[in-house]
Write a protein that binds this ligand. Structure first.
Ligand code: BG6
Length: 510
């Protein structure tokens, strides 16, 4: 096996030939929130460590609670230190490097303000000049209001070569109509090119690598089509429950939370046509075409599930209905499985099965491409028929890599066929620094590369495909599965109906 390659631009971007982002102020709405602590600060720390932030970089954190520059700096420093001590946190480093964190820390400033108050935007106008990225790390109900506040105060005007960009988190709308309305509302204030709608799945190295695997190798693309592919399974299984997020999750559910956004990103990566260039508009254009070709999904091709009490490993878990802020008779789904078809030349007739759920037996996010069996039964006479078809699994979490299952001869005098796995793990080849996935997204936004962000039409296409489900589903139609299982039996029936089955969640060969 080749030696691991130290390619980590996140260790020293400058040394790898990556230019620092231009000077700018990052204005964070929701500076004391969870997202700022867990994801934005560790990402900025990593970018500072890699020398990818300009000395003219600054942070202005806004929150409606009282605080000061020093108070915010102390709270964020404490959060960073607690992550370093906790091996289970999303960002875990052996120690916080004082120089890198010092760079970020001393640039943090605080402004108190109410997102609905024009006085906040007037104060911002007085404080800001030059390049600005406005980051909306707030509840979705404030997205439209904040963008209007910025627009009305003239803060989104790009003058004298300076940029003004707005990063918007998910959920972007709660159905097709609300997503369209939000797009229309924000696009009255600034141009589409100024909006960076985030889907954090696109910050994951392995998700971006799907494009590299498909389009940087001549080997895969010829067989990546209906003639050779039997079906595709896209899975995002989690062991976590809804934690303290019952209030958000109750009106949302697994379909809205994961499918039109995260799972559709995986779908686009695996199924879109090769773009003409690696330019943001070319890539997003291909994604839009793919999402538009997804046939509307009827409720009969989907299964909604909800977890009941159960055990994962050594830990007992309560039922979803017994979680905090959840109704005792809730019919919100914590699991969804669905089958969809893509109406285009490459994929017509190939079923794509998607599933995602909380409190499942193990954590596993992956794209599995199942190939058709060998066309000629050469080994039929040897009593070794039928052969199991090849499967290529691109594993996104928790392992980063890919595994392909193929058939080989079992050693010995008789011709016997055995199934083996050829496996690639990122960690075996690349020596990368710990990162939370937002580093690339923040850097790209500061440098004006929108490839990994969602355009208005990408968002609307995702919602369009699931809209019939949201509208046509009898709310009470919910299947139960015990925490620690692979989902409800009805989801197995969905595939059994087509003579197929789900791949195991343990990643082992089936
Ligand atoms: C978020 C969802 O967008 O993605 C969460 O709101 C979900 O419910 C999370 O747990 C999954 O992301 P990841 O990166 O942990 O797979």
């Amino acid at each position: 096996m080749p030696e691991p390659v130290d390619t980590a631009e996140l260790k020293d971007g400058a040394a790898c030939g990556t230019d620092p982002a231009p000077p700018c102020t990052l204005v964070i709405f929701g500076a004391m929130g969870d997202l700022t602590k867990r994801l934005l600060m560790p990402s900025l720390y990593n970018l500072a460590g890699a020398k990818l932030l300009d000395p003219g970089f600054g942070i202005l954190g806004i929150d409606h609670n009282d605080n000061t520059d020093e108070g915010l700096r102390a709270a964020l420093t404490e959060a960073m230190e607690s992550f370093a001590k906790d091996p289970t946190s999303e960002f875990h480093a052996d120690r916080i490097d004082p120089e890198s964190w010092g760079f970020v820390r001393e640039r943090i400033h605080f402004l108190k303000g109410d997102f609905e108050d024009p006085a906040l935007f007037a104060a911002l106008r007085d404080r800001l000049s030059g390049n600005v990225v406005f980051y909306l790390a707030v509840a979705a109900r404030f997205f439209g209001t904040i963008v209007e506040g910025l627009g009305r105060a003239g803060l989104l005007k790009q003058e004298d070569g300076a940029f003004r960009r707005v990063v918007i988190e998910k959920p972007f709308g709660s159905d097709l109509a609300s997503a369209k309305a939000l797009n229309a509302r924000i696009l009255k204030q600034a141009d589409e090119s100024q909006f960076y709608r985030i889907d954090h799945f696109l910050g994951k190295e392995t998700v971006q690598s799907v494009m590299a695997m498909r389009f940087a190798n001549g080997m895969l693309e010829p067989i990546w089509r209906r003639e050779y592919v039997d079906s595709v399974q896209i899975t995002a299984a989690e062991t976590v429950g809804v934690e303290e997020r019952g209030g958000f999750y109750e009106p949302t559910g697994a379909l809205r939370d994961m499918v039109p956004n995260h799972l559709f990103q995986l779908l686009c990566m695996v199924a879109m046509e090769p773009p003409n260039s690696f330019d943001a508009e070319a890539v997003r254009g291909e994604k839009a075409k793919l999402a538009e070709a997804v046939k509307p999904i009827p409720p009969s091709d989907a299964v909604r599930g909800q977890y009941t009490a159960g055990r994962i490993g050594e830990t007992d878990h309560v039922a979803y209905r017994d979680e905090p802020h959840v109704a005792k008779d809730s019919v919100t789904e914590t699991y969804i499985a669905l089958k969809l078809g893509i109406d285009n030349w490459r994929w017509a007739g190939v079923p794509f099965y998607l599933r995602t759920g909380k409190r499942m037996t193990s954590r596993r996010t992956e794209i599995a491409v199942l190939f058709k069996p060998a066309p000629f039964r050469l080994f039929e006479g040897q009593g070794i028929d039928p052969l199991t078809p090849n499967v290529m699994r691109i594993t996104i979490d928790p392992e980063h890599g890919a595994a392909t299952e193929i058939n080989v001869k079992v050693p010995g005098p008789k011709m016997r066929i055995g199934r083996v796995v050829t496996r690639f793990r990122y960690a075996d080849f690349f020596d990368t620094a710990p990162n939370v996935g937002y580093e690339t997204l923040l850097y790209d936004c500061m440098t004006g590369d929108a490839t990994l962000f969602q355009r208005a039409d990408n968002i609307e296409a995702g919602w369009s495909a699931v809209d019939p489900l949201l509208k046509g589903w009898p709310q009470a139609d919910i299947a139960f599965y015990p925490a620690g299982s692979a989902g409800p039996r009805e989801a197995d029936d969905l595939l059994a109906r087509d003579g197929r089955h789900w791949l195991g969640l343990d990643g082992k060969t089936d």
